[in-house]
Design a protein around this ligand. Structure first.
Ligand code: MG
Length: 257
């Protein structure tokens, strides 16, 4: 069932989302050659705790980390590890969230370590813009499929592919709520978008084919063909005045949709 949030609940979500976004920004700023994904995870954990919030990924379905940190051909759900060292030119997807006062934030961004090659940089730029296209389509009276189609259209126009196996979702009192928000499919289908819905829109975009496989650790999802993958995510609220991005703090200063 889709949970509609009232003004008071939305205010609580804004705070949880703000902390989630600041944690993600901090994680991104910590990326440098030689750091391990466990180091990045620790920085994010300490920040969230310092805010009096709860790292809401930790322990969820048994996940051991505060953040999912997925490098290069890893799509999502990478487990932070002391043996995973970031190298120049790597792309590093960080997905993290915080819970506060009974509400959750969820967001992700793929960062580069130093200067990226042109194709990797283009993958990041296209994935980020596909998220923005999806958010712009999140209009009262529309359908979830309008978001899905906006993401897929932009990604495929740019020669990349959208992962089908994993999708976005409602977010609120629970980290994962109804409805599912796929990154592919026809416009005009799916649940109606109404004011007070809060969604995590999260395109996962592959350089080559969209097929993925899960590693033997039971978590890490990789591209099946070894191509690169990027992941960007915002938690948003549907409002009568248009989509409100609740996790915008990791975007650049002065960023607007
Ligand atoms: Mg999510």
């Amino acid at each position: 069932m889709i949970q509609i949030k009232n003004a008071k609940e939305l205010a609580a979500m804004r705070r949880a989302c703000e902390i989630s976004a600041q944690a993600l920004k901090l994680g991104g700023e910590s990326i440098e050659a030689g750091i391990t994904t466990a180091d990045i995870d620790k920085i994010i954990f300490n920040f969230i705790k310092k805010q009096g919030a709860k790292p809401n990924f930790k322990g969820l379905y048994g996940f051991p980390g505060t953040a999912c940190i997925s490098v290069n051909d890893e799509v999502i759900h990478g487990i932070p590890s002391k043996s995973k060292v970031i190298r120049p030119g790597d792309i590093v997807s960080i997905d993290t969230g915080a819970a506060l006062n009974g509400f959750n934030g969820d967001n992700a961004c793929t960062f580069g370590c130093g200067k990226l090659d042109l194709e990797a940089q283009r993958l990041l730029d296209v994935t980020r813009e596909s998220l923005h296209c999806g958010i712009r389509a999140a209009i009262c009276g529309g359908r979830v499929g309008d978001i899905s189609n906006a993401v897929q259209t932009y990604v495929e126009q740019n020669g990349f592919s959208v992962v089908r196996t994993f999708v976005g979702h409602g977010v609120g009192k629970e980290l994962h709520e109804d409805p599912e928000v796929p990154n592919y499919g026809p416009a005009g289908r799916g649940p109606r978008l109404v004011a007070g819905m809060t969604l995590a829109i999260e395109p996962m975009v592959n350089q080559k084919h969209y097929s993925v496989s899960t590693a033997s650790d039971g978590w890490t999802v990789r591209t099946a063909d070894g191509g690169l993958s990027a992941h960007f995510e915002h938690s948003i609220a549907i409002t009568a005045a248009g989509p409100e991005v609740l996790t915008k703090a990791w975007e650049g200063a002065g960023w607007t949709l």
